[in-house]
Design a protein around this ligand. Structure first.
Ligand code: UDP
Ligand code: MG
Length: 310
């Protein structure tokens, strides 16, 4: 019988964990496999760890890792994948926005149709503020335009993968982890399952608009170097423009003399060029700072407490 590892990142989820556990038990009973549950407490400030430990007392199939601080969902996913031993591994949110009922179907696809990965995407964004949906869509348009790695709109981190695929994901040791890109970058045969958005049943989302914005910039920087080219291309275009302008001015002066006028336009041009230069340096700085962080080779997470047998 094969072993399925369920990786569950948790950040301040004391309310959701018991309900999630009950739901997942129903699915586990339906399926003819062994299971291990790995809860990652991502530096929660509420009773998340105590709740997990309480469950662990009644169910010793539960593994947990508790981080020394909040390292973010990406780090939690990495820790879970790394400490899983299953033949098949699934990443699932604890707020039941990733419907556990899909798991048997996902498993069937992998077993019977030899997919390496069954991933899920939501086809709508019901219950989300319209402005957030708008920017989310815009983000996917932009990143797919400028990145070679396909980032699917609405893709969740909820996916069932083979051990082989998980091992390749673990081989990507980068510190700035943008999972949606990493899952796609490693390749393998992927099947998409679609479902309608389900609202969180307890607790609240950690993602503010600002956090999402920073996260999307991270995704773009991690999976595309196009912004760097864009700044050099615009720089080059402006050089050409300036050159043409110089020639035009010389000819005009030779033909009509030089009536001094137009300093407002001059100021505008100076401001515009200055802004453009700062913007380009900013882009450069973003890449440089990421490179800087990568060269430090810091660990992706620090475990304060766990029950993983080494
Ligand atoms: N999460 C985490 N670390 C964080 C933020 C979130 O482990 O820093 C977990 C959270 O507990 C949940 C999952 O990641 O299980 C998805 O988070 P959330 O529901 O806030 O995101 P959304 O569903 O709104 O995208
Ligand atoms: Mg959620």
């Amino acid at each position: 019988m094969s072993l399925i590892s369920i990786v569950v990142p948790c950040f301040n989820e004391e309310a959701s964990i018991p309900i999630f556990y009950n739901e997942i038990q129903k699915i586990i009973k339906q399926m003819n496999s062994n299971f291990e549950l790995i809860f990652i407490d991502d530096g929660s400030t509420d009773a998340t760890l105590e709740t997990i430990k309480k469950l662990n007392k009644i169910d010793n199939q539960i593994k947990y890792i508790s981080f020394s601080r909040n390292f973010g969902k990406e780090a939690a996913i990495y820790a879970g994948l790394k400490n899983s031993v299953g033949d098949y591994i699934v990443v699932m949110d604890v707020d039941l926005q990733d419907p556990p009922e899909l798991l048997p179907k996902m498993y069937n696809y992998i077993i019977n149709e030899s997919y390496d990965c069954v991933a899920t995407r939501r086809v709508d964004r019901k219950g989300e503020p319209p402005i957030r949906s708008f920017f989310a869509r815009l983000f996917y348009k932009i990143i797919n335009l400028i990145s070679d790695t396909e980032i699917v709109d609405g893709a969740r981190d909820y996916r069932l993968m083979t051990r082989q695929m998980v091992n390749s994901i673990l081989n990507l040791q980068e510190y700035n982890r943008f999972s949606k890109g990493i899952f796609s970058w490693v390749g393998f045969r992927n099947k998409w399952l679609e479902y309608e958005n389900i609202e969180r049943f307890a607790g609240e989302t950690y993602w503010s608009f600002w956090k999402l914005f920073k996260y999307s910039l991270e995704g773009i920087i991690a999976f595309s170097t196009m912004p760097l080219s864009i700044s050099s291309i615009t720089g080059f275009m402006f050089c050409l423009l300036a050159f043409a302008l110089i020639i035009f001015l010389i000819i005009r002066t030779l033909m009509f003399g030089d009536p001094v006028a137009g300093w407002p336009s001059l100021i505008c041009i100076i401001l515009f060029m200055g802004g453009l230069q700062l913007f380009s340096i900013g882009i450069l700085g973003q890449y440089l700072s990421k490179t800087y962080l990568e060269t430090k080779q810091r660990p992706i997470y620090i475990s304060k407490e766990d029950n993983i047998k080494k």
